[in-house]
Design a protein around this ligand. Structure first.
Ligand SMILES: Cc1cc2nc3c(=O)[nH]c(=O)nc-3n(C[C@H](O)[C@H](O)[C@H](O)COP(=O)(O)OP(=O)(O)OC[C@H]3O[C@@H](n4cnc5c(N)ncnc54)[C@H](O)[C@@H]3O)c2cc1C
Length: 621
């Protein structure tokens, strides 16, 4: 049996959203002031919880075991899902907690309301915890609406967005080709202008396209990267086109099939609830699309920059997908550790054969805290970044908007890569907590591990994120925003210490010094033009940066929890929650952060180049 039993706790989600983040400030922004109060979030979370528990997670079993079917004989409807998968899709979308969150337009021209993107973070997390496969069936469309909303002419917004927000039509992002994976600029798909301005003929093949075909949608608007005949080489030559599966006339009616063929679906290791397709555009020379925005000038297209509207948010969403898996893994491991009885209590007197539940063993507790602290750390990282995206749109003055945008840009690769790397490790710890049962498909750990592996691969592999963090993000705008980001952590460490957290604080002070040393060593390599050294240690630096930021956030939350405990008293019904916040922050700062930061510092001090320098032939020995 795959993972079908939904056990999720909302208390920490509500704490991080409403007690830690300044939700009042966000909701005082003009687009939200008349619409929402912080407590309205609870009704979305509660609705989402019931759908996850009653519909999504039960459907996850069928999604994993049966998944999508492919029938090449029906070229217009080649892909089909199961009834439970369709029910799950409609339960989410018809209740307004799917692609509707893509609406960033305060005028609400196409949806009933515009909701804070920060609220989407826990919604997505919980949905991914219920089914990391099924959640993709609305999320990719949400991303595509963002591109159309920000980049396409109003005509196409009017034509496509209402049906996309309603979940009637889907959307995709079509970048990958057999020879264009990480190197997306190697794209071989071509487009040629026609006599109708903005309309292009399209021909080429894309692979690995999430929701590339689907029977939950009556039409799909593919966002396709392609090159005009005069395109410059590499990413500079890329243009972006909207290519409908069925052509849409100006009055919104669908005419014929637009020669987009599903030539196969990929058989994946996990996320079987999400269909991944190989698509052929224009096999019959009859595929057309509309250029997004203005076309290329002198062979230089705007495609990659336009696509980044979607990719940036999809990277963030990928962090949330991974976080949901972390949550599902932790709660499954916790339940098992409380039930399974094995061994004697550590230090039990000789002759005492009383068996204990495995949660009483120090090593099992270590594994559970690894999972729990990573869940709360990931939430802090992700939620604060979604919040920054909101404020980068909503803040009243340009300077504040830019500050929040910078935070988003710096933290986005951390959200995507750190959370997904850690999700893989957390699912491994979940399996380990289960012992041999963890290796058996009847227990949830196996599926969670299979499902989360994709999160470190797509949307730019995690190395691409590490390269982005240590490259562009360290140096953007002359390095000032990054300096400010580091300075904010440093200032927190220097000024907010409380006695109740003294040991964790001492570790954090050392961690901060080590992180600054890491940055100084990297700066020296960069000055000496040793890019290979930055690349060799980029993944470690990304983990160190994410860990130091997460430790700061959890300690900040622990300071809040300490004050709350003093106010409420030990006997209050919520006292255990706040004690748990302090314990988790302490564990993270004393065990998780040091592993990443001091390990990275020690390796960078040693500056070992073996992996890069050794002769390739040695790999064979
Ligand atoms: C389930 C699934 C769904 C997907 N959905 C979509 C989708 O909807 N749309 C879409 O367009 N694509 C999609 N993809 C494709 C995905 O984005 C790519 O697989 C990913 O970008 C990596 O490309 P690649 O597989 O060609 O790997 P490669 O680029 O071949 O990378 C292989 C390894 O080499 C490393 N590497 C590559 N180049 C460098 C370099 N310059 N320096 C250092 N290391 C390097 C990588 O980090 C990686 O570890 C999907 C893939 C899967 C499996």
């Amino acid at each position: 049996m795959p993972h079908t039993n939904y056990a999720y706790q909302l208390r920490d989600i509500k704490f991080q959203m409403k007690e830690w983040l300044d939700m009042e400030k966000l909701l005082s922004m003009p687009d939200y002031a008349e619409m929402f109060e912080a407590d309205d979030l609870d009704s979305f979370l509660d609705l989402n919880y019931s759908i996850c528990k009653d519909v999504l997670c039960p459907a996850n079993g069928e999604a994993d075991e049966i998944g999508w079917k492919y029938d090449p004989s029906d070229v217009e409807h080649a892909v089909s899902s199961t009834p439970a998968m369709q029910e799950a899709f409609h339960a989410v979308v018809d209740n307004g907690i799917g692609m509707q969150f893509g609406n960033r337009d305060g005028s609400c021209a196409y949806t009933d309301m515009k909701m804070p993107l920060a609220w989407y973070a826990p919604i997505l997390e919980m949905q991914s915890a219920a089914s990391a496969g099924l959640v993709m069936n609305w999320c990719i469309t949400q991303g595509a609406t963002t591109v159309i909303q920000f980049e396409a002419d109003k005509k196409y917004q009017d034509l496509y967005l209402p049906n996309m927000y309603a979940g009637v039509w889907g959307g995709t992002m079509c970048l990958t080709e057999p020879n264009a994976g990480s190197e997306v600029g190697n794209c071989a798909t071509k487009c040629w202008p026609t006599e109708t301005p903005g309309k292009y003929k399209v021909k080429g093949n894309k692979i690995f396209i999430t929701s590339g075909d689907s029977d939950v949608f009556t039409n799909i608007i593919h966002l396709v990267l392609a090159k005009t005949p005069d395109a410059l080489p590499g990413t500079a030559g890329l243009s972006l086109l909207m290519v409908p599966k069925f052509w849409v006339e100006d009055d919104g009616t669908m005419s014929g099939w637009n020669d987009v063929t599903t030539v196969g679906i990929e058989h994946k290791m996990g996320i079987h609830g999400s269909v991944t397709c190989s698509l052929a555009f224009g096999e019959n020379d009859n595929c057309y699309g509309w250029m997004v925005g203005e076309g290329p000038v002198d062979g230089k297209g705007k495609g990659i920059a336009q696509m980044f509207n979607m990719m940036n948010e999809e990277r963030l969403n990928t962090g949330e997908f991974a976080l949901g898996v972390i949550g599902a893994a932790y709660y499954a491991a916790l339940e098992h550790a409380r039930i399974r009885v094995q061994g004697r209590k550590v230090g039990a007197p000789k002759g005492d054969f009383t068996q204990v539940r495995i949660i009483e063993h120090p090593d099992v507790r270590r594994m559970l805290m690894f999972q729990k602290s990573m869940l709360e750390a990931g939430r802090a990282l992700l939620y604060s970044t979604y919040y920054a995206v909101d404020m980068s749109h909503e803040a009243p003055d340009a300077e504040t908007r830019k500050e929040y945008h910078d935070i988003f840009m710096i933290q986005n690769p951390l959200c995507k890569a750190f959370t997904s790397d850690m999700a893989w490790r957390v699912t491994e710890q979940c399996i380990q907590t289960h012992g041999g049962y963890g290796f058996i498909e009847e227990y949830p750990g196996a599926q969670l591990a299979r499902d989360t592996k994709i999160h470190s691969l797509w949307e730019g592999t995690n190395f691409m994120q590490a390269q982005d963090f240590t490259g562009r993000k360290f140096t953007m705008d002359g390095g000032e925003p990054f300096k400010k980001w580091v300075g904010a952590i440093e200032e927190f460490v220097a000024t907010k210490k409380i006695d109740a957290l003294a040991p964790a604080w001492a570790m954090m002070e050392k961690g901060m010094a080590a992180f600054k040393h890491i940055l100084a060593m990297d700066a020296e390599w960069k000055a000496a033009k040793h890019k290979e050294m930055t690349d060799l240690f980029a993944t470690h630096m990304l983990h160190a940066g994410a860990s130091i930021y997460c430790a700061k956030c959890l300690l900040e939350q622990a300071v809040l929890a300490n004050a709350k405990l003093a106010e409420l008293g030990e006997d209050h019904f919520d006292a255990n929650f706040y004690k748990s916040k302090m314990a988790t922050a302490t564990f993270y700062a004393m065990n998780m952060m040091p592993d990443e930061v001091f390990g990275c510092e020690a390796m960078m001090e040693a500056a070992d180049r073996t992996a890069f320098d050794m002769d390739e032939a040695l790999f064979d020995c």
